[in-house]
Design a protein around this ligand. Structure first.
Ligand SMILES: [Zn+2]
Length: 346
């Protein structure tokens, strides 16, 4: 098991980044920061100041896209900077690129999210374009996670709603894992499954007040995202966090491209569908997503009705070895249509 060692959450904690890096390793000097241009504009002064104060050199590397090509191209350039530690600052993409480069260069990695939109913050998994697999792949577990709630609160609310969609998805992911245990004798980790389930339960139970008490709500969502990442670390696979609802999201991306909504938004819609297949209370999921300002209908993400059906039909084939409710149900065109219609996704 590889788990994050230091986790710091709070308002303005970014100004303590130098100390935070030192607490992880006191014997280093070169820090490479991977981020997008906007994040650099917003954070460069403060990050430079805190690292400089801790006698650390900062080298900034702007990434333009989260693809395996970017990683391949960047890793040799970054290696020349002789980094001792790599930091990924930003939304999902910079964290994923940084995590993958750290994995290739065998350097420790610190995750510094600027939005709470997905659960890759603390997990070893990354989603990169251009790999031969349309789902997430394993890289390195972040040794540290620094989540500045002030910085994250400045991100658009839509990103937070998306994070909630990703978290609610854990309820069908765990159900799929139970199914694989019962029908395929697959290893099932009760502890990691319970931890992932807890992240979903908290969001489902508190969907009405999470966004009204912004400060407490934001912290709860960040903690839930980190905990579900830790659940994946404990399980040693993404099993507790990613089931048929994620396969549906990957399939939509595969068919219609990644402009059809955010990851967590697609996962939220996938969760409604898979909850219905599992016989769970899918109405409760629709209500919670609505309360959280997340979409519940394909049209809200400009996904065509026919693409929803196609996605339901091909989703399982994107990862045949991961047994889910879709492997068991074997939908056809008619039953897929009926499912999407009755769950009011189309
Ligand atoms: Zn996810």
């Amino acid at each position: 098991m590889e788990l994050p060692r230091e986790i710091l959450i709070g308002d303005n904690v970014i100004s303590n980044l130098g100390k935070f890096v030192r607490s992880i390793n006191n014997d280093i000097s070169n820090v490479v920061i991977i981020c997008g241009q906007n994040v650099k504009n917003r954070t460069e002064t403060i990050i430079h100041k805190t690292l400089h104060k801790a006698n650390l050199n900062d080298y900034w590397y702007i990434r333009n896209e989260a693809s395996i090509r970017t990683v391949a191209k960047s890793k040799s350039e970054i290696k020349e900077l002789e980094p001792h530690i790599i930091l990924g600052v930003g939304g999902g993409k910079s964290v994923d690129v940084g995590k993958m480069i750290a994995f290739y260069l065998k350097k420790p990695f610190i995750s510094i999210p600027t939005s709470a939109s997905h659960d890759g913050i603390a997990s070893p998994f990354v989603s990169l374009r251009g790999t031969d697999k349309p789902h997430s792949i394993k890289a390195i577990t972040p040794i540290g996670v620094l989540a500045d709630t002030k910085l994250i609160s400045e991100a658009p609310l839509r990103l937070l709603s998306s994070g909630c969609g990703d978290l609610i998805g854990k309820c069908t992911a765990v159900k799929d894992w139970e199914l694989a245990r019962d029908e395929k004798n697959e290893y099932f980790g009760s502890y990691s499954a319970s931890l992932a389930q807890l992240s979903a339960t908290i969001i489902l139970d508190r969907s009405t007040d999470l966004l009204t008490n912004t400060k407490l709500g934001l912290r709860t969502i960040i903690e839930a995202l980190i905990s579900s990442g830790v659940a994946a670390c404990i399980a040693g696979s993404s099993r507790p966090c990613s089931g048929s609802e994620h396969l549906f999201s990957h399939a939509i991306e595969y068919i219609a491209g990644d402009s059809c909504g955010l990851h967590g938004e697609r996962v939220g819609i996938g969760t409604i569908l898979m909850a219905k297949l599992h016989g769970l209370e899918y109405e409760k999921i629709i209500q919670a997503l609505t309360n959280l300002g997340a979409p519940t209908k394909a049209s809200q993400l400009n996904i065509r009705e026919s693409d929803v059906i196609k996605a339901l039909l091909i989703a399982q084939s994107l990862r045949p070895e991961r047994y889910t409710i879709l492997s068991k149900t074997k939908l056809n065109k008619t039953s897929a249509y009926e499912l999407a219609k009755s769950a009011r996704v189309i």
